[in-house]
Write a protein that binds this ligand. Structure first.
Ligand SMILES: CC(C)(COP(=O)(O)OP(=O)(O)OC[C@H]1O[C@@H](n2cnc3c(N)ncnc32)[C@H](O)[C@@H]1OP(=O)(O)O)[C@@H](O)C(=O)NCCC(=O)NCCS
Ligand SMILES: CC(=O)OP(=O)(O)O
Length: 698
């Protein structure tokens, strides 16, 4: 997976393009496969997003412009207000993933903070950084402000990212007056003492903050009357010339833009003369207000001047023009070599680039975020479509899950039940399940039922099962659906919303049986926490596994974890970390760990280890220093079902984590259980997992 960073600001106009350029330059020292991605861009007619263009063109990146952003900001805002936030996040992840696949590192640039949607943008940037698993770099601004005014919005942004659980890797304040540079840096260091976080303060720079005449023309909608070829001139400031020419001349300053009404030919000519004179400073251009343009004679004169500075015309009066001018944003564009060069040298000077380079190269995806996990599951399930049977077709949650899954077109569903009854139930509950998209099968009239009965007799007669007994068994939906899977009429089964685990999985244990390399069927839950996905095993099947069985559960759970994109680091849980506690149960876990180590020497595993040492870096470092797992475990193996089942339920209920499972492992064909307390989303997720598992079976 590529490395990534989320570059965002605390408000508009912070000048993050300078930081964007600087980070890109540093990344390019290591790889030329870098990418830029923006979840939201502002809509500016046909004009492309300036920062995306800047990076694509300046660094000559081979990416399609259309692939580098997900939504226009107004569109994203509307969708979220319509309650489609999850869908928006999903789309952003989808496009981000597509860019990520082509790159070694992706810089994800947050939204631009338009005036109308500041709080929305705060929230969505933090949510996206979190869901994309990117560490965050926050940029604030100091323009024309005292220390407090500068720091308040910055720390508000910083805190909101931290509170959302994001890792902030850097805080930069840009556009700071010289006298505020050191005090701001001191405050940053005091308030954020963590030395691994990059902190920097960058001064105002006239070249970067001054708009070009082209930008002025574009943003004021001005007509360019003369000097088209010199639109890259930059206006460092403005001189409003509403007085007579002799009073204007002494007020002219270097590279200023002179704003004057369009009928003031005296001022236009005087200013042009001043620009040509060694006794006055050179000027950037002239902006004519009020819509008047030079008349024929003056126009003739102006056209005859070679190398004339740009003269622009707007319809607004002088006061309005000045006020509009003050709202102009100056960008660093790909064709402005001076601004790019200036940005790079400022970045080098004010940022500890060696430290930044190191931090950037240390960034690797820190585990799978819940949304990424969900996204990957959906994509994988869709890549090879499978048929999943749901024996509890008349449960309202199952009907709702079926409606969602068929609407999202992820798998082919088979519901067990009577079609008329299911239709009536769905109608009554206003569940919009399209029955043309699902297959409903009734064991009582299914033509395969006799075949299933014979097969049960064949497989279970050594246990005393005769034809009549098998006929009874097939009336049980768990047996019927299990037989569908066994006989290849479905690729997997999900049940347990109504029936107990014992009821749900016993037919599979008896008929489908374990894979040759396994002796026990066990289970895992994918615990989708706020910021990562952990794998818990076994919380559903084996009440009291012995050391050999526990070792097998650990190996199977590590394999399931890897199959679903989570790098296994296995913690064999106990009430002891290393030698800290004694007892039979501790010895069982120790023995199981040794068995796993001898069978799978490459697997990162440690045990016995306590839960806190397994997941908390500082506790892990204290209790088991040097452990390959302590503090970063992704797979947690409980010593018995009592501990496992209660822990998963406690975490699920107390933290709001989504528990996907129990996902069974070790069976010859995929059958998965649900908790009777499951929600519709749990069923959806378990069906998707089952479909993916079934892709590995022929
Ligand atoms: C898994 C469980 C249902 C099996 O119970 P059971 O059906 O009474 O078990 P039995 O000993 O009668 O075994 C039935 C068959 O399943 C097999 N089996 C049982 N447990 C197995 C396992 N973990 N792995 C593989 N096969 C297993 C047996 O070998 C036996 O096969 P056979 O009939 O061909 O000889 C039982 O261990 C159980 O209830 N576990 C706890 C489930 C639970 O309540 N979880 C909490 C909520 S999720
Ligand atoms: C998995 C599990 O604990 O199932 P239930 O809640 O149905 O007992």
């Amino acid at each position: 997976m590529a490395g990534s960073i989320y570059l965002t600001t605390s408000e508009s106009g912070c000048g993050k393009s300078l930081v964007l350029l600087g980070i890109s330059e540093i990344l390019l020292r290591k790889t030329n496969k870098i990418g830029i991605f923006r979840p939201f861009i502002s809509r500016r007619g046909e004009i492309r997003d300036k920062n995306i263009e800047l990076i694509l063109k300046h660094f000559n990146l081979q990416l399609n412009y259309e692939d580098t952003y997900a939504f226009y900001l107004d569109e994203g805002l509307r969708l979220i207000q319509e309650g489609k936030k999850d869908w928006v996040i999903e789309k952003v992840i989808e496009k981000f993933k597509a860019i990520e696949e082509k790159c070694d590192f992706v810089i994800c640039e947050g939204s631009d903070f338009s005036v109308d949607s500041v709080s929305f943008e705060f929230d969505i940037n933090a949510t996206l950084a979190k869901n994309l698993g990117c560490p965050v770099m926050v940029v604030g601004k100091g323009t024309g402000r005292n220390l407090e005014e500068t720091l308040n919005p910055l720390f508000l942004a910083y805190d909101s990212f931290i509170n959302k659980g994001c890792r902030v890797m850097g805080v930069i304040i840009n556009k700071v007056s010289d006298q505020n540079l050191q005090p701001l840096l001191d405050t940053l260091n005091n308030r954020i003492p963590d030395e691994s976080i990059i902190k920097a303060v960058i001064p105002n720079n006239r070249i970067l903050e001054s708009p070009t005449l082209r930008e002025i023309a574009e943003q004021l909608n001005a007509e360019v009357l003369y000097g088209e070829e010199r639109l890259e001139n930059q206006a460092y400031n403005i001189t409003t010339a509403a007085m007579q020419v002799q009073n204007v001349l002494p007020r002219l300053v270097e590279n200023s833009l002179v704003i004057t009404p369009g009928d003031r030919a005296d001022v236009i000519l005087g200013v042009l003369q001043a620009h040509a004179s060694v006794n006055y400073p050179p000027l950037a251009g002239i902006l004519l207000s009020t819509g008047f343009k030079p008349d024929h004679a003056i126009d003739n004169l102006l056209r005859g001047i070679s190398q004339i500075i740009p003269i622009l015309s707007v319809k607004t009066n002088t006061y309005e023009t000045v006020s509009n001018y003050n709202k102009i944003h100056s960008y660093i564009t790909h064709d402005n070599a001076l601004k790019i060069k200036t940005s790079m040298s400022i970045f080098e000077k004010y940022i500890d680039t060696d430290k930044l380079e190191k931090e950037l190269s240390d960034i690797r995806s820190e585990g799978l975020t819940p949304k990424m996990f969900e996204y990957q599951l959906t994509q994988k399930a869709k890549s090879q479509r499978k048929r999943i049977v749901l024996p509890e077709g008349d449960d309202p949650r199952v009907l709702k899950a079926a409606a969602i899954l068929s609407e999202r077109d992820i798998v082919d569903l088979i519901l067990v039940g009577d079609e008329d009854e299911l239709r009536q139930k769905a109608n009554k509950l206003s569940i919009s399940l399209d029955f043309n998209k699902v297959l409903v099968t009734n064991p009582k009239i299914n033509s395969k039922t006799p075949q299933y009965i014979n097969k049960i007799v064949e497989l279970r007669q050594h246990k005393g099962v005769n034809h009549d007994m098998a006929k009874d068994l097939i009336n049980d939906v768990s047996y019927f659906a299990t037989m569908m899977v066994l006989e290849g009429d479905a690729d997997g089964m999900v049940s347990g919303a109504v029936h107990t685990t014992q009821h749900t999985i016993r037919p599979a244990l008896q008929l489908i049986k374990t894979k040759p390399e396994y002796n026990v069927v066990s289970s895992v839950f994918f615990m989708s926490l706020a910021d990562r996905v952990l794998v818990y095993g076994d919380c559903a099947v084996n009440p009291n596994p012995n050391a050999e069985e526990l070792a097998e559960i650990a190996i199977a759970s590590a394999e399931t974890s890897r199959n679903f994109g989570i790098e296994p680091k296995v913690a064999m849980l106990s009430y002891s970390s290393g030698d800290s506690g004694k007892g039979e149960e501790v010895e069982k876990v120790r023995k199981a760990t040794e068995i796993v180590k001898s069978k799978v020497p490459d697997l990162a595993i440690d045990g016995p280890i306590q839960y806190d040492a397994a997941v908390d870096t500082s506790v892990g470092a204290k209790k088991l220093p040097g452990s390959p797992v302590a503090g970063k475990a992704t797979v947690l193996i409980f010593p018995d079902l009592n501990t496992g089942n209660n822990t998963y339920k406690a975490v699920q209920r107390e933290t709001g984590a989504i528990a996907i499972g129990p996902v069974l492992q070790g069976l010859n064909k995929p059958v998965n259980d649900l908790s009777r307390g499951c929600k519709v989303d749990d069923i959806v997720n378990t069906v998707i997992i089952t479909a993916i598992q079934s892709q590995d079976y022929k």
